[in-house]
Design a protein around this ligand. Structure first.
Ligand code: X8Z
Ligand code: ZN
Length: 626
């Protein structure tokens, strides 16, 4: 699959192979000098690039067909294609590793070989690879087709995650209804895939070990090309944590005011079903309950979008216009004819939004069950960020057609969306009344709404992979899958399950990326670096000056700014051809992840929250058994 964010895509894209001249290199190698070897290697890669792009195209087509129309037949065809691709990959891998590439003098050639020398799950024998793929497909199918019964109308059992369940979680303020929906969803999704997950872990680890990694977690981390990556993430979390605790305390106080002391007790983790989102990963949907100054304008322009007759098509066109206004690339006609931007009627499909690169330089698509909401308007920009990356690196060899690391791919659209969602920009595009004042209270409202999306997300993004790292390295056994999940949920997010849980449940599987096996720490990385990108682009555009209080970071809009666009474009065209610190330097001048831009952006809110929690007498943190 190419989803830009899928782990399988990386394997296919970086290891897809051709089966021509099988064995030839292995036989010749001992007789060659390094110089001859390098020349031959270059020649080999060129043929490999051509064939592997073609294979990548075929695999994507089969995967797209399944994801947009989930049937047994489409699944069978997808599996068949994945086995064909795996055979190609294995052959190519044998050729690639037959080269003595480590002493190569050309650093670029060496990098290509390094990236291509990891085979991925295709290392498994074919029967096991079949099982591995079938297990993931089964989980993705359970997730994407799960249905629950309505609370108010129990006879209606056709509620899907997208859109009905998501809308309930976002809009209902009825404690028992939310609990019902939460519980039912967890039962019908994760609850049905526990055995599959256990099998998946075993096979995935076996594949990782065949690739000389200790386990799947270590295999995933290779993407970040850093020996200190886990420590760096923990360090970033420690910087963000005090701010998260303040936000958590404030939101808890507001929820208590709404639901009552018995439902949201002081000093306790927050019940997971009250935060406007099934996974409590971002809390923007309860902005109405927690907004500091209710009389002031809200950032949520959904009602205005509906009033003006917005459609999914218009949302995508506007997003594209933002990118091109900065001198970035327009999408080709194939994008518009091939994409699916609304849920298909009468078909089961994977609704979780994704962007696809079909590896032929012209076919790029998005699949999104778009609703006309401000939240989805931001997701549209997120997905268009992936497409922009694809477009910018489309002329590189396939092995480099990827993000500098996965977090970069996730950050592009979000960095631009930070500009799109400013009141300045919303006024400019007619979604906010030009006369709306931007005073201190409106600023706090704006920053709080943004914090509900961005700050609330960090501990969730962290535990998604912390849990999997612990499962993959064997420190957590299948008998403690769910217990460990809730231990992390409570410790990091400060939330608790609304109903008693046991090892008969499998709540991690109620989240898409666990069911579909998509690594998640990329989003943690993205939420840090998108503020670094945003700040740098703002400074390039002359829209932010750290020494000028009348020009705060959160008000910067770089719409139509070609210099900012050129800077971003320069990074995107590098794809994965350089280690990520170099890509980051191209935009920010920095070569590491750094939460200070993020802190700078939210500074006025941090000060406000600390004072407010004191005023409310709300204790910060929660009692915990941990
Ligand atoms: O999965 C996504 C994107 C597709 S790459 C819509 N996101 C994460 C999620 O939904 O959990 C974006 C932010 C977090
Ligand atoms: Zn994404």
């Amino acid at each position: 699959m190419d989803f830009s964010s899928s782990t399988t895509s990386v394997q296919i894209r970086s290891t897809t192979a051709c089966n021509v001249r099988t064995g030839e290199y292995a036989v010749l190698r001992p007789k060659r000098t390094i110089v001859e070897d390098e020349a031959l290697a270059r020649e080999y890669l060129s043929a490999h690039n051509y064939k592997s792009s073609d294979m990548c195209y075929k695999t994507n087509v089969a995967e797209w067909k399944f994801a947009s129309d989930i049937t047994d037949e489409k699944e069978r065809l997808k599996l068949e294609q994945s086995l064909v691709a795996a055979r190609f990959e294995k052959e190519a891998w044998k050729n690639i590793t037959s080269f003595n590439w480590k002493p190569f003098t050309d650093p670029d050639l060496k990098r290509k070989f390094k990236l291509l020398s990891v085979l991925g799950p295709s290392a498994l024998p074919e029967d096991k690879l079949t099982q591995y793929r079938k297990t993931i497909d089964a989980m993705e199918k359970i997730y994407s087709t799960a249905k629950i019964c309505s609370f108010t109308n129990p006879g209606d059992c056709g509620m899907n995650l997208d859109p009905e369940i998501t809308e309930k979680m976002s809009k209902s303020r009825n404690f028992d209804e939310l609990k019902h929906v939460w519980q039912q969803w967890h039962e019908q999704s994760g609850g049905k895939m526990r055995d599959h997950y256990e099998k998946f872990v075993e096979l995935s680890n076996e594949a990782a070990r065949m690739n000389n990694f200790s386990d799947t977690g270590a295999y995933w981390l290779r993407n970040y090309e850093s020996d200190t990556f886990k420590e760096d993430i923990e360090g970033l979390w420690q910087t963000i944590k005090p701010f998260y605790l303040q936000l958590h305390a404030y939101v808890r106080a507001k929820l208590r005011a709404h639901y009552g002391e018995d439902k949201v007790p002081n000093n306790q983790p927050i019940p997971a079903h009250l935060l406007g989102n099934m996974w409590a990963q971002s809390w923007g949907n309860i902005d109405d309950l927690v907004t500091p100054y209710p009389g002031k304008t809200s950032i949520d322009v959904t009602p205005e979008m509906l009033k003006q007759g917005y459609t999914p098509k218009k949302m995508f066109e506007m997003s594209e216009e933002f990118f091109t206004s900065m001198g970035l690339l327009p999408t080709p006609p194939e994008f518009w004819s091939g994409s699916i931007i609304e849920k298909l009627v009468g078909k089961e499909m994977v609704c979780h939004a994704s962007a696809w690169d079909f590896c032929n330089g012209k076919d790029f698509r998005i699949k999104q069950c778009t609703k006309v909401t401000m939240e989805d308007f931001i997701v549209v920009h997120h997905e268009m960020g992936h497409i922009q990356y694809f477009l910018q690196y489309k002329n590189l060899p396939l092995v480099y057609r990827d993000g500098a690391n996965s977090g970069f791919h996730e950050a592009v659209g979000d960095s631009l969306a930070l500009s799109v969602q400013t009141t300045k920009h919303l006024k400019e595009i007619g979604l906010l009344d030009k006369s709306t004042p931007q005073d201190q209270e409106a600023t706090i409202n704006y920053l709080l709404a943004t914090a509900l999306e961005k700050i609330a997300f960090f501990p969730f993004a962290y535990i998604m992979d912390k849990w999997r790292w612990d499962v993959f390295d064997g420190s957590v056994k299948s008998t403690d899958y769910n217990g460990h999940w809730w231990k992390l949920r409570e410790k990091y997010q400060g939330i608790r399950s609304p109903v008693t849980r046991s090892e008969n449940d499998f709540d991690p599987g109620a989240k898409y990326h666990i069911a579909a096996n998509v690594e998640y720490i990329r989003y943690f990385v993205s939420f840090v670096i998108q503020f670094q990108f945003y700040k740098s682009l703002c400074m390039t555009a002359g829209q932010y000056d750290p020494h000028n209080p009348s020009q705060p970071l959160h008000e910067c809009d770089f719409y139509r700014n070609k210099e900012a666009g050129a800077k971003l474009g320069a990074m995107l065209t590098m794809g994965a051809s350089r280690p990520w610190p170099e890509a980051m330097r191209a935009v920010t001048g920095q070569d590491r992840m750094d939460a200070s831009a993020f802190r700078e952006y939210f500074k006025p809110l941090e000060v406000w929250l600390i004072a407010k929690n004191k005023e409310l007498g709300e204790p910060v943190g929660w009692d915990s058994d941990q």
